[in-house]
Design a protein around this ligand. Structure first.
Ligand code: NAP
Length: 349
């Protein structure tokens, strides 16, 4: 029996896009996994994981816990060695009241940390942060590259970016204030824009970008870009952050390759035009994009990324041995998955 088979890992937000692949990665490596969901009765969000665990002969259970209440967290962490905290609101549009996302993100992170540090068994918590904790707020990166030393400026963040920034800040402060007898290790994994195949037929907030291109939901493409990273590689990053002796106390940017939206469009057009997808590749001028964003909530979220999204993943590569697949492969796999799940519409039908 490998050491991992005696260890239980709690994954919060098990119904999420990233969490699903994190759970798969852990099961494939022999860990016993407990996932939190808001409501265990809503099995449509988790049956694919139950089936996967059965197929792999892995041990997986679900328990109820919500970010906005203490109820359930002590039981959720009981007996776990590790906690991978991925749960956080990831809304498709900017909420009217920023507290709708900030409160669950910050208070929820502290709830999970309090329960983990009181458990007596949890040794390490890996927090899923976001590149928006690093690059939002127009602070210019050193040498053109953002690193883990950079922190976003809260006053210039959108509510979602602020929720992630304040949650990660709160986690590090919580750790600093912990008494010696309740210490645990903290590691932050900081993804760029996470794309990749979907495990179930529901578009995640981030894969909407590819869905909109394939569905030609816009006539032209704004001059923006992202450091795109594959969900399967982000899952590996979480496991490495959990296992690596070098990781405690560190933040790890996992950004993948910066890819302009027009370059994304060209990859998708080349791959999927034969299947009847007419992907827009013309450039949308910035003023037109700004105007369109006034009426299009998703575009307003995208505007947050204009011109400042170059992330260095060098530390994760050097210290964790992390690798990331190419943007072209990520985009082709995301597109094919959207087609396979019937989430985009071909002109051939
Ligand atoms: P997702 O699919 O929306 O997953 C979010 C998870 O959090 C879901 O399981 C959701 O549960 C849960 N959740 C939200 N509010 C909750 C609450 N009040 N109580 C309990 N659970 C709650 O998003 P994702 O893309 O996988 O993101 C996962 C994590 O990665 C988040 O922390 C996000 O900020 C971070 N991240 C994502 C990206 C990206 O591009 N996708 C990039 C950087 C960082 P329900 O299913 O019940 O709603």
């Amino acid at each position: 029996m490998s050491p991992s088979q005696t260890e239980t890992v709690l994954v919060t937000g098990a119904s999420g896009f990233i969490a699903g692949y994190v759970i798969e990665e852990l099961l494939r490596h022999g860990y016993t996994v407990r996932g939190t969901v808001r409501d265990v009765a809503r099995t449509e969000k988790t049956t694919h994981l139950t089936a996967l665990a059965a197929q792999l002969g892995g041990r997986l259970e679900f328990v109820a816990a919500r970010l906005d209440t203490d109820e359930g967290w002590a039981d959720a962490v009981a007996g776990c060695t590790f906690v991978l905290h991925t749960a956080s609101p990831n809304p498709p549009a900017i909420p009217r009241d920023e507290d709708e996302v900030i409160r669950p993100a910050v208070d929820g992170t502290l709830r999970v940390l309090r329960a983990a540090s009181a458990s007596g068994t949890v040794r390490r918590l890996v927090l899923t942060s976001s590149s928006l904790t690093v690059n939002a707020g127009r602070n210019e990166p050193k040498d053109g590259w953002h690193t883990e030393d950079d922190w976003s400026l809260p006053e210039a963040c959108t509510p979602y970016a602020k929720s992630k920034l304040l949650a990660e800040r709160a986690a590090w402060t919580f750790l600093d204030d912990l008494p010696e007898d309740r210490r645990l290790d903290l590691v932050a994994v900081i993804p760029g824009l996470v794309l990749g195949p979907l495990q179930r037929p529901e578009v995640s907030t981030s894969t909407v970008v590819v869905q909109r291109l394939l569905n030609r939901s816009m006539p032209a493409v704004p001059n923006i870009g992202w450091s795109i990273v594959d969900v399967r590689d982000i899952a590996v990053a979480h496991r490495l952050a959990m296992e690596s002796p070098k990781a405690p106390g560190n933040r790890y940017l996992c950004g993948g390759t910066y890819t302009g939206m027009r370059d994304m469009a060209h990859v998708l057009a080349a791959e999927f035009a034969p299947q009847g997808f007419h992907v827009p590749t013309l450039r949308l001028p910035y003023p037109a994009m700004w105007l369109a964003a006034r009426f299009d909530p998703a575009l307003r979220v995208a505007l947050d990324f204009v011109g400042r999204e170059r992330l260095s993943s060098q530390k994760a590569i050097d210290e964790l041995g992390w690798t990331s697949r190419s943007s072209a492969e990520i985009l082709r796999d995301t597109g094919q998955s959207l087609i396979d799940h019937g989430l985009v519409h071909s002109r051939h039908k």
